[in-house]
Design a binder for this molecule. Structure first.
Ligand code: FEO
Ligand code: CA
Ligand code: CA
Length: 632
């Protein structure tokens, strides 16, 4: 049995649910022809695959007004076990996995890596999406704790796996979210405020409220919650979103890998299989201590995960709300924009090979100070279709278009509905971010080694075409789209690729990357994506850090910044060994940029941040300019 630490989430799911190679001759031929057409258009525009075609439609005044937007000199790739920043920038560690949040907690123990009890009172593991909120004179930081690395949290055990029930519970309690008050001292350094009344751990056991179409549906009813209204917990929260009414959106991603059945041959329903549920978990053992995760006993429990969860950091006792109207899939993040007519639009990716990109449009409109409770509860859900022409379309998901019995079922079996309407299979949609200064939206398509080779989990073929132009795509790309008439509720849009990552030192074809990729700024697997207030696009990577072969010269995972007008990309930061760089937000005065460093040393090499023989620990860092200037 391989565990999640040794292989990726997607690879583990494929081991449990092997997919056939694509062998439909007509579709393969069609894909090849599409590719030929695409290659022709590349030659025609002198770039790559509709790369940067938006450049020519920029208002000329806007384009001319631009000078370099970068306030820093680009840095080289490296494979150091440290944070590297450009000259004139510094960082400090704000908070780490295992730091106690209350005075009755205990300091992190490097020998034992803590207990269930200590972990419940401490900052969670593997930092992902994060946001900072101002509340009166307080600063509240909300951070997703996506998962935990078995070999690290149980590294005190010979096998690097759980042994006792307390080990299992410790792993479970490392998941979820952490809310902490943070404060800045006179030197400008940030730290956690122990015992703040706002400090909170939201865990896989925290009581939630289910809202929207799926609330109380028979498919979400269980023995423990026959009404189907009060599920327990959230976990594997990857990216995030936030709302203008001051709440945080945590997105449930790879929720499937925590369910198991005592009988390895137990067969789950086709609907559960579509989401990767099987008799085997990823080695976390939750069913050992909690029947909810035994899918043979509680086959509806997985239907209560895979949602966007809204949390109000100002109300530490309020139940978080699962917003089922935003659909159920492996949610990466939730980018919320207020459309010009006041409606709330949320863009969301489903991060699995060949899955889809989604949009939610609220029925109601947002007004400052108005009632916001129904805005993420009532509205319409769509999946994206991209055409090779550069046009795109949002396809509504409802009982009529999907053939499913009700809107509740659409919100529970969202992937099945999107397959039915013929949405475009994507190269693992990660973070989506909207430009704050113009109506355009960007999404990181991180990579997809199955592109052109294997269908997605629903059997939809994945020809190399449109915004996913490369078969066996190991590098990833960033797609962007502009809604027709600048209206985020419009059903039509125009798209192009902002960047195709690659390695121009190794490849001279499409795998060398787009024109704005060169040997000085190359990277792979864009994941985190966020615009700052100036409209600079920040790109964080979660990719292959071997620094060899196809990835030679890429170094450790990193963060880059892009000028979306000129296409220029510069490397700003390199993370420590074996980490992923994820989670990004700014202080209210924009003088501090907070960045998440997830799973440093995940494969046994690296001791960041403490160095020496220390256990490597995920941490939030604060990055500042030495001259006290703005960070975005
Ligand atoms: Fe948790 Fe899609 O990265
Ligand atoms: Ca991610
Ligand atoms: Ca990731």
């Amino acid at each position: 049995m391989k565990y999640r630490d040794e292989i990726s989430f997607d690879d583990f799911d494929e081991l449990n649910n092997p997919k056939p190679d694509e062998n439909d001759f007509d579709r393969v031929l069609e894909a090849a022809l599409t590719r030929r057409g695409l290659l022709k258009s590349i030659v025609a525009i002198g770039g790559v695959a509709a790369i940067g075609s938006f450049g020519s439609i920029l208002p000329t005044g806007e384009a001319q007004a631009l000078t370099s937007r970068f306030a820093f000199d680009a840095i080289d790739a490296n494979d150091l076990d440290d944070i590297t920043l450009p000259p004139g920038y510094s960082h400090q560690v704000v908070v780490r996995w295992g730091d106690p949040m209350w005075s009755d907690g205990v300091e992190f123990d490097h020998a034992t890596r803590g207990t269930a009890e200590s972990q419940m009172k401490a900052f969670g593991d593997n930092i992902d999406g994060m946001e900072v909120f101002s509340h009166g004179d307080k600063t509240l930081m909300v951070v997703n704790n996506e998962y935990t690395n078995r070999s690290i949290i149980w590294g005190n055990r010979e096998e690097g796996a759980w042994d006792t029930n307390d080990d299992v519970l410790k792993g479970k309690m490392a998941h979820g979210l952490t809310v902490v008050e943070i404060k800045q001292d006179d030197s400008g350094a940030w730290s956690m405020v122990k015992d703040s009344p706002y400090n909170r751990r939201v865990t896989p056991d925290t009581e939630m409220e289910m809202t929207g179409p799926a609330r109380a549906h028979p498919l979400v009813q269980t023995a423990a919650d026959p009404a189907g209204t009060t599920p327990l917990g959230t976990y594997n929260n990857c990216g995030n979103g936030s709302t203008p009414w001051g709440t945080y959106l945590a997105c449930e991603e790879n929720f499937n890998g925590y369910f198991s059945a005592p009988d390895e041959n137990h067969k789950v329903s086709a609907e559960l299989s579509r989401y990767g549920i099987s008799a085997n978990d990823w080695g976390y053992g939750w069913a050992q201590i909690d029947d909810r995760f035994d899918v043979s006993k509680n086959p509806n429990e997985p239907n209560r995960f895979g949602y966007v969860v809204e949390i109000d950091p100002r109300q530490p006792d309020a139940a978080p709300k699962k917003r089922t109207a935003l659909g159920r899939f492996k949610h990466e993040n939730a980018e919320l924009v207020i459309n010009k007519d006041g409606r709330v639009v949320v863009y969301m990716g489903d991060d699995e090979r060949g899955e889809f990109l989604y949009r939610f449009v609220s029925d109601g409109v947002f007004a400052t100070g108005g009632d916001t409770d129904k805005l993420l509860e009532e509205g319409k859900l769509y999946a994206a279709k991209f055409y090779d022409s550069g046009a795109g379309e949002w396809l509504e998901l409802n009982p009529e278009t999907s053939g499913l019995a009700s809107m509740a079922e659409v919100c529970i079996h969202t992937r099945i509905a999107a397959s039915k309407v013929g949405a475009t299979t994507m190269d693992r949609p990660e973070w989506v971010t909207a430009n704050p200064n113009s109506p355009e939206v960007y999404c990181a398509l991180t990579n997809n080694k199955n592109r052109g080779l294997k269908p997605n989990a629903g059997g939809d073929l994945t020809p190399a075409s449109g915004p996913n132009p490369r078969a066996e795509n190991h590098y990833g790309q960033v797609v962007r789209w502009r809604p027709n008439a600048g209206d985020h509720t419009s059903d039509g849009f125009a798209w192009d690729l902002f960047v195709m990552a690659g390695n121009p030192a190794v490849h001279k074809d499409l795998y060398g990357g787009s024109d704005n990729v060169n040997v000085d700024n190359m990277f792979n697997s864009p994941d985190g994506l966020k615009f700052d207030s100036n409209g600079l696009l920040w790109i964080q990577t979660d990719g292959n850090y071997s620094n060899e072969g196809d990835f030679a010269g890429h170094g450790n995972n990193q963060m880059l910044a892009a000028d979306t007008h000129t296409g220029e990309i510069r490397r700003f930061m390199v993370g420590p060994l074996q980490c992923e760089v994820t989670g990004l937000t700014w202080s209210a005065d924009r003088k501090t940029m907070f960045v998440g460093i997830q799973h440093p040393g995940e494969r046994g090499v690296g001791h960041w941040p403490e160095g020496g023989d220390a256990v490597p620990r995920s941490a939030v860092i604060a990055v500042q300019r030495d001259d006290g200037g703005l960070m975005g």
